[in-house]
Structure formats: structure tokens, C-alpha cells
Design a protein around this ligand. Structure first.
Ligand code: CS2
Length: 444
């Protein structure tokens, strides 16, 4: 949006909304919602001030104001970047989790919602009542078939409120799939200080990122859109192949590096990648996934994979393994398990991906290889810790118990080829540690 504004090709702006955390608003409001984007690479840092945000609402402080903003016919796109767990769905099936506490709450209190689905449906209900057209829901998160998945979740939630509303949303609103790619590590105090000093003024909310950026978006907008293509967005009729490509190549190897790198004692992805064995392992995860992809003609996967390895190695980005390791229960299905399922179907070996899954298992026991406590962040962290406690650090017991977590693994968890590959990988991890287990894969 800022590119489009700078080029003078649009007069759209962004009204920001945060559902449960006032931090962005508290930081941005006093600085007129201006903030810097610092693009970092080995070649140095480029800083630019972004001016496309007009204001911010915080849902859990004042739900009514956020709903009113979304229900205003002037709002034509509601884009979502709320992480995987923000969708309150079952990751393995992609269906709304009707027992999720926020969903239960929102169905009882539809006018004062907490969840993203609750806000969207309440705003759409008001638009329907006033004869306004619906907005486009533009999911920018790493879910598989992200637009379709969010459509299913929102339509189901709406139908639970009223069949008529559900039907109206299904018929009239649009939910384009997107593939949005840019690595953005969490901003640290050191980043805030560095950017503020380069700017010569305090910026309480800078964003640190890499030079690479890619947006691919399905061109299905219910209420119009700015000319995104003028900013390099690729508008296509089918995003799904590119989504799969990103999830199974970038995000899968990212997660694999995060769990195994963390266990090996690496703080960042770049530090993990500086170990050749880990870099080779990441490349192997990508190769094993690439054969499951069906890409449009002309897609150069080899170049894409090589560029991913370079991006991960960017020494100027301090992207913590711990950050990417977060919320594995929400991430593994679309990143690793789909590839495993497809490879099994074709009779191909799965030991590379099984090692990544085993890395996650060892990680969620909340003890690292030195016995130090890991701060595991995950919506089902409590359940995972209880399973790990019950099983103890015994590879076959732990693997079998975690593979039975249905919301993640579904029927795959009971497939004997999966069970034996994961038990084998976890045994290697316990016996040799992550560094050595990685190099064993390399030799296979
Ligand atoms: C990362 C992603 O935190 C994570 O799980 O894998 O946020 C990743 O950096 C982005 O998808 C890159 O586009």
C-alpha cells in the first residue's frame, strides 16, 4: 500500500485492528501511525518510513469501534495476519473448532466477539442488515488453501449464528487465496534503538525484514481493490500451487531448522545455516518436498530452493529459532505432514521429514539436550507437556503418544510407516543429539 501511495496510483489506506494486544496501537498512535521498515542484508540496511496506516483499533478494549470500522461500507477489504492459531480451527482438517473457548464465547455473545471469525461475521451481519455489500476477506497467513480454509471457517461460524447469514456470506463475500512471503523476525529493543538512531528520532514500532518480498493473490475481490499489480503483486486465477510451494519448501525447512537448530544450541536460523550439515539438511527437506508439488509450467523450483537457502543464511537477520518453533501444533500439518502423506502414497522414503517431526517432539518435551527448560509456546503446550511427562524421554513411547494427537496427525499418526520412521528418528535424536542425527540423514 505504501508503494502504491508513493506512486500516486491509489487513495486507499489501512485502518489497523488488533484483536487482543494494544502494543502496536500504543506505539503507533503517538507517532501518527508512521513507522520505519528496515531492510537488512549483508550489504547493509535500508530504512524507509511507511505512511499507509491511518489509525488502529484494539478489539478487546473496544470491540464496538472495530466492528463499526469493519461494517462501514468504506471498508472494502479485511486482510488478516493473525498467525495460524488465530483461526480457531483444527489444523489437521481445516474445520472451525466449535469447542474453542473463543468460538463458544462468540456464539453466545455475537455482538461482543473475541475471535477473528466472530468480528468478521458480526461486521458482515451488520452490512447485510443495512443493505451494504460484503468485504473481501484476504488471509495473509501460512495456512494451506488459506482463502478456502478461512471461507469454510467463517461460513460455518456464520451458519451457527443463522443459516441465512451463512448463505449470504457464502454467496456474496470473497476469500481469495494468497501467498505472501517475507521473513520478518520479531523486533527487539536493540532493533528499536538502532533504527531510532539511524532515523534521528524515536521509532517505537520499527519492522525489520529482508530484501526479498513476494505476493501472489487470487483476483477475486467482492468490493474492488487498489491496483496491487503496480506494486509488483502477481494477480492470478489459482494461487494454490504457489502456496503449497511456499509451505512445503520455505516454511517446512524453516520449522525443521528451528526445532533441530534450537536443540543443537543455535539461537538463530542464520547461525544454524552456518553449519554445513544443517544447510544440507534444509536443502534435503526441500528436495524431498519438491517432488510432491505440481507447479505450472515454467516454474523454476531449483532456483527458488537455492534462493531460500540464501535467504535463510542472511547474517543480518536475527531470526530466532525459538520464534519459528512457536505454535508447532498449528504449523506441522501444512508444512511437513502433507509432504509425508504424499510421499507415503508414492512409496517414497520419509526419513528426512520424520526427523523434523521428531525434532518437534523432542522440543515440546520442554527440555533441551542439556536438560535446560525450553519455553514452549503453543496453544496446546499444556497437553503436549502432559503427554511428554507421561511418556518420559523414551523414544517409542513419546513418539507413539504424540502421534496420537488427532488435531495434528489424524489417521497419519496411526500409519505404521509413519510410526516406525518417527520412532527411528527420535531414537537417533535421543541417542546422538540433533547435530549428529542431521549428519546421519546426510549420509543416507
Ligand atoms: C516462519 C514464517 O515463523 C514462522 O513460522 O516460518 O513466519 C516465515 O518467516 C514467513 O512465512 C516467510 O514468508
Amino acid at each position: 500500500m505504501d508503494d502504491l501511495l508513493a506512486a500516486g496510483v491509489t487513495d486507499w489506506g489501512i485502518a489497523g485492528g488488533s484483536l487482543r494486544n494494544p502494543n502496536a496501537r500504543d506505539a503507533l498512535a503517538p507517532q501518527d501511525c508512521l513507522y520505519a521498515v528496515a531492510v537488512r542484508s549483508g550489504a547493509g540496511t535500508e530504512i524507509r518510513v511507511i505512511g499507509s496506516i491511518l489509525g488502529m483499533e484494539v478489539g478487546n478494549e473496544n470491540a464496538e469501534r472495530l466492528i463499526a470500522r469493519m461494517a462501514d461500507p468504506a471498508t472494502r477489504i479485511v486482510s488478516l495476519t493473525i498467525t495460524e492459531k488465530g483461526y480457531c480451527h483444527t489444523p489437521q482438517t481445516g474445520e472451525l473448532d466449535e469447542r474453542h473457548p473463543d468460538i463458544v464465547h462468540d456464539l453466545k455473545n455475537p455482538h461482543a466477539p473475541r475471535s477473528a471469525a466472530g468480528f468478521i461475521v458480526e461486521a458482515l451481519a451488520r452490512r447485510k442488515d443495512t443493505g451494504a455489500s460484503p468485504f473481501t476477506v484476504l488471509c495473509c497467513d501460512n495456512l494451506s488453501a488459506n482463502g478456502r480454509t478461512v471461507q469454510r471457517i467463517v461460513a460455518r461460524f456464520a451458519t451457527l449464528r443463522s443459516k441465512d447469514l451463512g448463505r449470504w456470506i457464502e454467496d456474496k463475500a470473497t476469500f481469495p487465496c494468497t501467498m505472501v512471503d517475507r521473513i520478518v523476525p520479531e523486533t527487539t529493543d536493540a532493533d528499536r534503538a538502532a533504527v531510532s538512531s539511524a532515523l534521528g528520532m524515536t521509532d517505537a514500532w520499527p519492522v525489520i525484514t529482508e530484501p526479498f518480498t513476494q505476493w501472489i493473490v487470487e483476483d477475486r475481490f467482492a468490493a474492488g481493490r487498489p491496483d496491487f499489480s503496480a506494486a509488483g503483486v502477481q494477480l492470478v486465477s489459482d494461487v494454490m500451487p504457489f502456496e503449497h510451494m511456499k509451505l512445503r519448501l520455505l516454511n517446512a525447512s524453516h520449522s525443521a531448522l528451528a526445532y533441530l537448530g534450537y536443540l543443537a544450541g543455535y539461537e538463530t536460523i542464520a547461525a544454524t545455516m552456518a553449519n554445513q550439515n544443517f544447510a544440507a539438511f534444509a536443502a534435503r527437506v526441500m528436495e524431498d518436498a519438491a517432488v510432491t508439488l505440481q507447479m505450472p509450467e515454467g516454474t523454476d523450483l531449483a532456483t527458488y530452493q537455492a534462493s531460500l537457502l540464501q535467504r535463510f543464511a542472511n547474517p543480518a537477520l536475527h531470526h530466532r529459532t525459538w520464534q519459528i518453533a512457536m505454535d508447532g501444533s498449528q504449523k506441522l500439518p501444512q508444512r511437513l505432514l502433507g509432504t509425508i502423506r504424499d510421499r507415503l502414497q508414492r512409496g517414497l522414503p520419509i526419513h528426512t521429514h520424520a526427523l523434523a517431526v521428531a525434532g518437534w517432539m523432542r522440543y515440546v518435551t520442554a527440555r533441551d539436550e542439556q536438560g535446560k527448560i525450553i519455553d514452549v509456546r503453543d496453544p496446546i503446550a499444556g497437553k503436549l507437556a502432559a503427554i511428554a511427562h507421561e511418556a518420559g524421554p523414551v523414544a517409542d513411547r513419546l513418539a507413539t503418544a504424540l502421534l496420537a494427537v488427532d488435531s495434528m496427525f489424524g489417521p497419519l499418526g496411526a500409519d505404521p510407516r509413519m510410526t516406525s520412521a518417527v520412532i527411528h528418528a527420535l531414537t537417533q535424536l535421543y541417542r546422538h543429539g540433533a547435530r549428529h542425527a542431521i549428519s546421519l540423514i546426510r549420509q543416507r
